[in-house]
Design a protein around this ligand. Structure first.
Ligand code: C2E
Ligand code: CA
Ligand code: CA
Length: 870
C-alpha cells in the first residue's frame, strides 16, 4: 500500500492555505498536509514531516519564498517545490525556476495547482526510480570490479579493428610482472611479452580468431625479470549490431605448473623409452669402449639430456673420461681436473658421489657450491646435473654424468629410472667382462694357455691358404704323451698338470709363435710347421726338435719325471688339401704310431684303415639301434646343501660283441655322424620315461630324469612333438640336456623349440657349460633353467686358481640369471665343499654315485636318506 502523499504548505495567510487545500481536494487528491509560516517550523517539517512536495507562497512578510526554496534545495533536493503567488513577475518566475523550483501557480488561477502538483510528483517519482537504478548499477559494477581484481586469471578486452587494448585485469601484475596501465599505454607490449619463438603462432591464432575461428593458444611469455611462464589464452569474438568484428574478450591463465607437470610426464615416458633402448643396445656383445659411447649417444639422442659422459676411475683414484656426448667442452675436463687434484678428500659433488656410492643431484647448478666451474657449465646449457657412480661387482669403477638444460630437472621418479639405466650399463660391463673370459675359454686351454683345437684349426686353415698361395708345404704333427695316465695315477693330478704346463712352455720356446701350437685335450698336443720342405725333411726336423723337447726331465712338486711322446705327421698338400683332412690324417698316423709303438709315423694313404674301422662301427651300431640293444644307466644329481637326490641323468650304454661296455664318448659321435642318433635319441627318451613309470609303479617317488639331446635331434622340424610323444608329456618325468656349444649353431630356431618345450613343462639344462662360446647376450635369452658346469673346470678348481675363478664366474652368472647350477664330475669331498661355498645348487659325479642301472636307483630311492653334511 502506497503511503498517502504528504504536502508541506508554506503560507502566512490561513485562508489562502485553506483555498489551496480545498482546490486540491476538489480535484480528488488524497493527501496529508502541514502548514508552516516561519523558517524554524519549515526546517523542522522538512526533517520530521518529510513532505513529498512543497507548496510555498512566494511573498510572505516574515519568511522569504526564495530563501525557502534555497533551503529546500539544500535539505531535500529531491522534493518538488511549487510556488503559489498573487503576482509573480516573469523575471521572478524565471529566477525561481532557475533556482530549482519545479513550477509556479498564480493564486488567481488555483485551478492549475492540482495538475501542476501531480506532474511534479510524477517527475519526482521517475527521478527517484532512476537514481535507485543508478545506485544498483554502481553496486553491480563495483562487485564485478572486485571479482575481476581477485581473479588469478587475466581478463582482457581488445577493441577492433584497431587492436587496441581497452581493459586488462590487475592479475597481470602477478603473471606478467607489469601493471595494467603499461598495457593500456603501449598496445604492442602484449606481443612484446610473448616469447620470441611463440610470437608467430600467437599472431596467427589471433588472426584466425578475428576471422571467426575459435581461439585457444598456449604460449610462453618472458617477464621483465627474465622468468619464462606458460600462458593459456582463450578468447571470443564480439560483433557489433551490423555483424562486424567489434571486440575480442579473453581470459589468460598461468599454466606454467601444469605445463611443467606435463613435460615431466613426457620426460618420464622418454626415460622409459631410453631405458628400453639402452637395455637392448648394450646387451649386444661389444667392446667396452663401444658400450660407453653407445650409452652416451643414446642418452642424448633418446633421453633428451643435454650431455652424457662416462668417467672411469684409475688405480690411483684419478678420473679419466671414457666417453662423452660432447667432445668440444673443456669445462667438464676442468671439472675432472679439479677432482683429480685431490681425488680422495675432494668436496665436489663428483667426489661425494664416488665416495658415498650414491647418486648425487644438483637441480640448480648455477647456485650449487659443490660444483666447480658452475658458471661455465650453465653457460654451456647444463642447469641440472646428476652424477651416478658406476658399480661393477660391488666396486665403483667410475661415474656417469648426465645434465639437463633446465633447473629442477631431476626428481625422485626420474632418478629411479636413471639409476636403473646406469645399473644396466654396469650389467652390460659385467657381462662383457665375463664374455671375454668365456671367449678366452672357448679358444684357449686354461691349463696351459695354449690355443685349443678350435683356435688351432682356424689358424691352420689360414696358414694353409697362405702356403697354398706361396706354393710351399706345411707339416702338421699331432702328438700324445706316453705314460701320462701313469704320471697322473702315481703322482696325482697336480703333478700331471705341472707336466702339461712344462711341456707347453717348452713347446712355446721351441716354436716361438704360440699360435702354431695347440693343446688338443688331455695329453694331446699339435704343432704346425709352415715351409716345412719335403716329407723326409719335415719329419727329420720334427723328430730332432721333439728329441730336444723331451730331453730334460720334468720337475714337479715332489719329484721329476722323464717324458716321451709319439707323433703322427701329415704334410700339406700331399696328405690333405684342407685343415680337416690334414688333421684327420695326422691323427690316423698317430693312432698307427701307438699301435706299432713307433715314435713317429708319417701319414701314408694306407692308414685310412681308421675310416674302415669307423664304417664297421657304424654298421654294428645301426644294428644295435634296430635291435634296441642300447640301454640306459642313471646318475643322480644331488642337492649340495642337503645331499639329497633331486634329479637323474640318463646316459646311454652299449656293449660290444665281446660283451664289454663301449664308451658313449666313442659311439655317440658315430651315431651323430650317421644320423642314427635320431632313432637312438628317441629310444633313450622312451627308455627314460619307461624307467620313470616303472619306479612310480613301485610306489617310489623318483626325481625327474634328464636325457641328453644332440643338436641333430633338436634341429628336426618336429622335434618338440616327437619328444613330447615319446616322453609322455611333462608328467612323463623326462627333461633334457643340450650341449652349450652345439646349441649356438642355430640359435633362433633352437630358442623357439626350447621355449615350446619349457612352456610344456619340460626342464632344460645347458650341458658342458663353459666350453663353448655362448654369447652371454643369447644366454640371458635362452629358455633354459639349469647350467651344468663342465667337469673339466670342476676337476681343476680345487688346486687351480684359473679354474676356480671360472667356476666362480659361471656360478655368479647362473645366480644373476636365476638359473639352477649343477657341477658335473664331482669326485672329491674337497670339490663338493668348495662348490657349496660358492653356492652351487647341485652336483653330479662319482663322489655320490657313478651312472648305475635302474635297479640301483630303486635302492637309492627306497633307502633312508643319507644324513646331510657328510
Ligand atoms: P655328458 O652329458 O657330459 O655326461 C657326463 C659324463 O660324465 C658321463 O660320461 C658320465 O659317466 C661322466 N661322469 C659322471 N660323473 C663323473 C665323475 O665323477 N668323473 C668323471 N671322470 N666322469 C664322470 P659317459 O656316460 O661316458 O657319457 C659321455 C657323453 O656321451 C655324455 O657327456 C654325453 O655327451 C654323451 N651321451 C651319453 N648318453 C647320451 C645320450 O643318450 N644321447 C646323447 N645325445 N648323448 C649322450
Ligand atoms: Ca649330460
Ligand atoms: Ca656334461
Amino acid at each position: 500500500m502506497a503511503e498517502p502523499v504528504r504536502l508541506l504548505l508554506v503560507e502566512d495567510v490561513a485562508t489562502d492555505a485553506e483555498l489551496e487545500v480545498r482546490e486540491l481536494k476538489r480535484a480528488g487528491l488524497q493527501f496529508e498536509y502541514e502548514v508552516v509560516q516561519d523558517e524554524q517550523a519549515y526546517r523542522r517539517a522538512l526533517a520530521e514531516f518529510r513532505p513529498h512536495a512543497i507548496i510555498c507562497d512566494f511573498s510572505m512578510p516574515g519568511f522569504d519564498g526564495m530563501a525557502a526554496l534555497a533551503l529546500a534545495r539544500e535539505l531535500a533536493p529531491e522534493v518538488p517545490f511549487i510556488f503559489v503567488s498573487g503576482t509573480l513577475g516573469e523575471e521572478y518566475a524565471i529566477r525561481a525556476l532557475k533556482n530549482g523550483a519545479t513550477d509556479y501557480v498564480l493564486k488567481t488561477n488555483l485551478m492549475r495547482l492540482p495538475p501542476a502538483l501531480e506532474r511534479a510528483l510524477e517527475i519526482a517519482r521517475e527521478r527517484a526510480a532512476k537514481r535507485a537504478a543508478e545506485r544498483e548499477l554502481a553496486r553491480v559494477r563495483e562487485r564485478l570490479q572486485s571479482i575481476f581484481e581477485s581473479l588469478p586469471d587475466v581478463l582482457w578486452s581488445m577493441e577492433l579493428p584497431a587492436e587496441r587494448i581497452e581493459y586488462v585485469s590487475p592479475a597481470c601484475v602477478a603473471i606478467y610482472g607489469r601493471p595494467p596501465t603499461e598495457f593500456l599505454a603501449n598496445p604492442d607490449l602484449w606481443l612484446e611479452c610473448v616469447h620470441p619463438q611463440d610470437r608467430a603462432a600467437v599472431i596467427e591464432a589471433r588472426r584466425r580468431l578475428i576471422e571467426g575461428a575459435g581461439y585457444g593458444v598456449e604460449y610462453r611469455i618472458v617477464r621483465p625479470d627474465g622468468e619464462v611462464r606458460w600462458i593459456q589464452d582463450r578468447a571470443r569474438l564480439v560483433r557489433d549490431a551490423a555483424g562486424a568484428p567489434a571486440r575480442l574478450d579473453g581470459v589468460m591463465r598461468d599454466v606454467t605448473e601444469m605445463v611443467r607437470q606435463r613435460e615431466r610426464l613426457a620426460r618420464l615416458a622418454r626415460m622409459r623409452d631410453l631405458l628400453g633402448a639402452v637395455t637392448t643396445t648394450l646387451m649386444r656383445p661389444r667392446e667396452r669402449q663401444q658400450i660407453f659411447e653407445e650409452f652416451c649417444r643414446i642418452a642424448v639422442a633418446r633421453g633428451g639430456f643435454a650431455m652424457a659422459r662416462v668417467v672411469l676411475r684409475e688405480a690411483d683414484g684419478r678420473l679419466a673420461v671414457a666417453a662423452s656426448s660432447d667432445e668440444s667442452s673443456g669445462t667438464f675436463r676442468r671439472l675432472i681436473e679439479v677432482h683429480n687434484a685431490d681425488p680422495q678428500a675432494g668436496r665436489s659433488l663428483l667426489a661425494r658421489a664416488l665416495r658415498a656410492r650414491q647418486p648425487m643431484i644438483s637441480n640448480d647448478v648455477r647456485n650449487d657450491e659443490r660444483i666447480p666451474e658452475r658458471e661455465a657449465l650453465t653457460r654451456e646449457g647444463n642447469f641440472s646435473l646428476a652424477i651416478l657412480p658406476l658399480q661393477v661387482e660391488g666396486e665403483v669403477i667410475g661415474a656417469v654424468l648426465l645434465s639437463a638444460a633446465e633447473t629442477g630437472y631431476f626428481d625422485q621418479e626420474e632418478l629411479a629410472l636413471i639409476g636403473e639405466l646406469v645399473g644396466n650399463l654396469a650389467l652390460a660391463l659385467d657381462l662383457q667382462a665375463k664374455q671375454q673370459r668365456l671367449n678366452y675359454l672357448a679358444l684357449y686351454d686354461p691349463l696351459t694357455a695354449l690355443p685349443n683345437r678350435t683356435l688351432f684349426r682356424e689358424r691352420l686353415a689360414q696358414a694353409l691358404e697362405s702356403c697354398a698361395s706361396r706354393k710351399t708345404t706345411l707339416a702338421l704333427a699331432v702328438f700324445d704323451l706316453d705314460r701320462f695316465k701313469a704320471v697322473n695315477d702315481t703322482f696325482g693330478q697336480g703333478a700331471g698338470d705341472q707336466v702339461l704346463r712344462e711341456i707347453a712352455r717348452r713347446l712355446r720356446e721351441a716354436v716361438g709363435d704360440v699360435h702354431r701350437i695347440a693343446r688338443l685335450g688331455g695329453d694331446q698336443f699339435a704343432v704346425m710347421r709352415p715351409d716345412a720342405g719335403d716329407l723326409s725333411q719335415a719329419g727329420g726336423v720334427i723328430q730332432a726338435k721333439a728329441a730336444r723337447l723331451f730331453e730334460a726331465p720334468i720337475p714337479f712338486a715332489g719329484g721329476e719325471v722323464r717324458m716321451s711322446a709319439r707323433a703322427g705327421i701329415a704334410l700339406f698338400p700331399e696328405d690333405g688339401a684342407d685343415a680337416d683332412t690334414l688333421f684327420q690324417n695326422a691323427e690316423a698316423a698317430l693312432k698307427r704310431a701307438k699301435e706299432t709303438r713307433e715314435r713317429f709315423i708319417l701319414y701314408a694313404p694306407q692308414l685310412n684303415a681308421r675310416v674302415r674301422e669307423q664304417l664297421e662301427l657304424e654298421r654294428r651300431l645301426r644294428r644295435a639301434v634296430e635291435d634296441r640293444e642300447l640301454f640306459l644307466h642313471f646318475q643322480p644329481k644331488v642337492e649340495l646343501a642337503a645331499r639329497r637326490m633331486v634329479g637323474l641323468e640318463a646316459l646311454m650304454r652299449w656293449r660290444g660283441e665281446d660283451g664289454k661296455p663301449i664308451s658313449p664318448a666313442l659311439f655317440v659321435p658315430v651315431l651323430e655322424r650317421s644320423g642314427l642318433i635320431l632313432e637312438a635319441g628317441r629310444l633313450a627318451v622312451e627308455l627314460a620315461a619307461a624307467a620313470y613309470r616303472g619306479w612310480q609303479a613301485k610306489g617310489l617317488r623318483p626325481p625327474r630324469v634328464a636325457v641328453n639331446v644332440s643338436t641333430l635331434e633338436l634341429r628336426q622340424r618336429d622335434f618338440v612333438a616327437a619328444f613330447l610323444a615319446a616322453a609322455g608329456g611333462a608328467e612323463g618325468g623326462v627333461d633334457i640336456e643340450i650341449t652349450e656349444s652345439l646349441l649356438m649353431q642355430d640359435v633362433q630356431a633352437s630358442i623357439a623349440k626350447l621355449r615350446e618345450l619349457r612352456a610344456a613343462g619340460i626342464g632344460i639344462a645347458l650341458d658342458d657349460f663353459g666350453t663353448g662360446h655362448s654369447s652371454l647376450a643369447y644366454l640371458s635369452r635362452l629358455p633354459v633353467d639349469t647350467l651344468k658346469i663342465d667337469h673339466s673346470f670342476v676337476r681343476g678348481m680345487t688346486d687351480n686358481a684359473e679354474d676356480t675363478s671360472i667356476v666362480t664366474s659361471i656360478l655368479s652368472l647362473a645366480q644373476a640369471l636365476r638359473l639352477t647350477s649343477v657341477a658335473e664330475g664331482v669326485e672329491t669331498e674337497e670339490q663338493a665343499r668348495l662348490l657349496r661355498l660358492l653356492r652351487c645348487d647341485q652336483m653330479q659325479g662319482y663322489l655320490f654315485s657313478p651312472p648305475v642301472p635302474a635297479e640301483k636307483i630303486e635302492e637309492l630311492l627306497g633307502a633312508p636318506r643319507p644324513a646331510s653334511g657328510g
